[in-house]
Write a protein that binds this ligand. Structure first.
Ligand code: APR
Length: 319
């Protein structure tokens, strides 16, 4: 159990995170900050705090519009951002406008972390994932073990779910990794997909796997279309908590994380989804896995997209 976990953003994902942290008793204190009027964070915190005697009491939950609420947190989970939605005048922001807005928000988030909990370990979920985690790193410059992005755990969970469904087996039997950037060219690694230790191809045909991998790459968009408003929020929250628990309980668990590469996979200075060991210190080791030639070239493609995004962030923030 940690002393304090801070959540930035009390929206859909932030709301699930508070509930689950209280339910799972992961910290004695949970603090949530959100700028939304009249006081979304305080409202969500109060709702959950008032319910806590019924489920598992004595976890202190606090919410506020000001960042001082996160003072002294050991761990921060960042979900702050605005989605791509129609404005009141009917227009839709361009990708660039949206990125500009979300980078400004990320700068405010960085300022809050820097001021109130500079030593906290940071897990970032906000999208566009690759851009936000890169910007947080530019601002905070933490040791690389202490800042990473959550994308691969969710993308891998989606891949596992689709494979389990196609094979007619328990999701618990399916192991999988999705690597690279968190975009349309993310990389489900078929050679690492196993069903109870056996190669996935024993259970699912190559054609079906092609379709599953394509669906995995587009899975976020599929949910967005179905919901009508907003994006997936339960599965991203659970995925971030999978990472948080590996750290809180020092599990040394291997999973995909968007991590700052320092020469691994021939990449330097970019956050890319790769398998890591997560333990009490955060990212304790980056694992360089063997990829087939086809996977290697797809990984390089994905890294190219991540690099483009990083260049965009540098250009936009140095204006
Ligand atoms: N500080 C704190 N919170 C902020 C700030 C800020 N500077 N700016 C915006 N927020 C808050 C918004 O007010 C909103 O309540 O971030 C919250 C985001 O919540 P939602 O819009 O409900 O989005 P959610 O579904 O939770 O997703 C959060 O994670 O998966 C990604 O694409 C998703 O980027 C999105 C993020």
């Amino acid at each position: 159990m940690l002393n304090k976990i801070a959540l930035i953003g009390a929206g859909n994902i932030g709301g699930v995170l508070i509930q689950e942290i209280v339910r799972r008793r992961l910290a004695r204190n949970v603090a949530v900050v959100d700028v939304k009027e009249p006081d979304l964070a305080k409202g969500k915190a109060l709702d959950i705090a008032e319910g806590s005697p019924v489920i598992s009491g004595d976890i202190k939950v606090e919410g506020a519009k000001q960042y001082d609420v996160i003072d002294g947190a050991d761990m921060v989970i960042n979900t702050a951002g605005v989605p791509r939605t129609r404005r009141p005048d009917g227009t839709i922001p361009t990708r660039e406008e949206l990125l500009t807005t979300n980078l400004k928000i990320t700068d405010a988030v960085s300022g809050g972390i820097q001021r109130y909990c500079p030593k906290a370990l940071v897990i970032s979920i906000a999208n566009p994932l690759d851009a936000i985690v890169f910007r947080l790193n530019m601002n905070l410059k933490p040791p690389r073990e202490r800042l990473f992005g959550m994308a691969g755990v969710l993308d891998s969970a989606r891949y596992r779910y689709f494979v389990a469904e196609a094979a007619g087996v328990s999701v618990e039997n399916v192991e999988a990794l999705v690597l690279g950037g968190h975009g349309d060219n993310m990389l489900p690694i078929r050679s690492a997909c196993r069903i109870a230790g056996m190669p996935v191809e024993k259970f699912v045909s190559p054609e079906k796997l092609d379709a599953i991998e394509e669906r995995t790459r587009k899975a976020g968009g599929e949910v967005v279309k179905l919901l009508g408003v907003g994006s997936a929020f339960v599965s991203p929250a659970w995925s971030a908590l999978e990472m948080a628990e590996a750290i809180i309980f020092d599990k040394k668990k291997i999973m995909a994380a968007s991590t700052l590469l320092q020469g691994e996979y021939g990449v330097n200075g970019l956050f890319v989804g790769v398998p890591v060991i997560l333990g009490a210190n955060g990212v304790e080791k980056v694992i360089e896995m063997e990829l087939t030639d086809k996977e290697k070239s797809a990984f390089e493609n994905s890294v190219q997209s991540v690099k483009q995004t990083a260049d965009e962030v540098i250009a936009m923030t140095s204006k």
